[in-house]
Design a protein. Structure first.
Length: 406
């Protein structure tokens, strides 16, 4: 049990009161003190103690009593929230300061678009650049949707009716079904964040779900990778891009990571080379064994990685690399047109992007390298996410398990 007392400790005719906090813990008595902003005259303070503040009509005494009761109540309330072992003079000074200078509580916006900005600021020290870009991109689309519907999107109104309206709008914009599914799922996640922060959300939120459609994952088979490796390119620029494509397909990393690979990241242990780096997207520290295909490229280049290439340029070059290697199988997939993917049948080399190396690594090694090891290298958070990434379902898993019954 804590108590608080106030002292007039000066010979001056007017002085600010000193506050003392007294409590005991583990049979030890503690006393901490600090100044307040309650200024009284010595004469008034003497009267305060001689008279009963509850019965006096003296306005000065009543005001002093009121201020004392308020700060006393505030400090005792904060005291109850804290472990006694963490309370010291600095704690008391900070609590008294917070009483006089309370932090302004920012109102949390209840409309969806404004909440994006609030949440980005709220999580500014936890979100990385790619995550922030994802938030901004979807927020921009929502602004266009809100302008189209001519009505503010309130978080509490993200329900089944909103979902249907959202789907119809995305169809009118010719967005792919799975783009609609992913972005509505992201909006639901934002609404859950809002609920965590105390805002009202619809009771229909969890039940409003868009099911994804299975789309065949485009990847390069081991045979296709061998053809690419053997095909001589017409220029140093294309040869450079070809080597990076092989490196990506045998390291399983994103372009934001493999394009940063350098010799000083490599270490050797027990005759095996490893590359150590931190994934840009996740911040995860990685140690990945170097495949012999990557070591061959290093040796071919006087033990150096190829010259770095900008993302957009790399995407253009590897399409040419794959075309020259006759990667011409007709496959169904999405091709970027007018800032969105248009799904149709294309020659495979037309669908090649920087991401294909990572997906090729995961798909080609599934069932050969234990899935837990593959997940470690690709950086997926769960097995479910990994299996969705390479397009595997329950039937595929059953077929893999059946191999162990023979």
């Amino acid at each position: 049990m804590a108590t608080i007392s106030f002292l007039y400790r000066s010979e001056k005719p007017k002085q600010k009161l000193e506050l003392r906090l007294l409590f005991s813990h583990d049979k030890i008595n503690y006393v901490f003190g600090t100044n307040t902003k309650i200024e009284v005259s010595k004469e008034q303070w003497n009267k305060y103690h001689k008279k009963n503040p509850q019965k006096t009509s003296d306005v000065n005494i009543l005001n002093t009593k009121s201020e004392i009761l308020k700060i006393e109540s505030y400090i005792l309330t904060e005291f109850e929230k804290q472990s006694p072992t963490e309370i010291d003079k600095n704690w008391l000074i900070n609590i008294v300061d917070s009483y006089y200078n309370p932090k302004k509580v920012e109102a949390i916006p209840t409309d969806l678009i404004s909440f994006f900005d609030y949440y980005l600021n709220y999580r500014k020290n936890q979100l990385n650049a790619p995550s922030i870009m994802k938030y901004k991109t979807i927020q921009m689309k929502l602004k266009e949707f809100q302008a189209y519907r001519k009505q503010t999107i309130l978080i509490k109104n993200v329900n089944e009716a909103f979902m249907n309206e959202f789907v119809d709008y995305y169809k009118s914009k010719n967005y792919a079904h799975n783009t609609t599914q992913r972005e509505f799922s992201f909006i639901k996640t934002i609404c859950r964040k809002a609920r965590f922060l105390g805002l009202e959300v619809s009771h229909q939120l969890e039940g409003s779900t868009i099911k994804p459609k299975k789309v065949e994952s485009i990847y390069l088979t081991t045979e296709e990778l061998n053809n690419i490796e053997k095909t001589k390119q017409d220029s140093l620029e294309l040869e450079n891009a070809k080597d990076w494509l092989i490196i990506s397909a045998y390291s399983g990393q994103r372009i934001s990571d493999f394009m940063r690979f350098s010799i000083d990241m490599i270490r050797t242990e027990n005759d095996q080379m490893y590359i150590e780096f931190k994934q840009k997207k996740t911040g995860k520290a990685m140690t990945v064994p170097l495949h012999t295909k990557i070591i061959d490229i290093l040796n071919k280049r006087d033990f150096n990685f190829p010259k770095k290439i900008l993302d957009q340029e790399y995407n253009s070059l590897i399409k040419i690399v794959c075309e020259k290697a006759k990667i011409n199988e007709i496959v169904f997939g999405g091709k970027q047109k007018d800032n969105r993917k248009v799904y149709d049948n294309y020659k495979k080399h037309e669908l090649v992007t920087s991401h294909i190396g990572r997906r090729s690594f995961a798909t080609n090694n599934y069932g050969i390298i234990p899935t837990s090891y593959l997940i470690y290298i690709t950086g997926h958070k769960t097995e479910v996410m990994f299996l969705n990434y390479i397009g595997k379902n329950n039937k595929d898993l059953a077929i893999e398990v059946a191999k162990y019954f023979k």
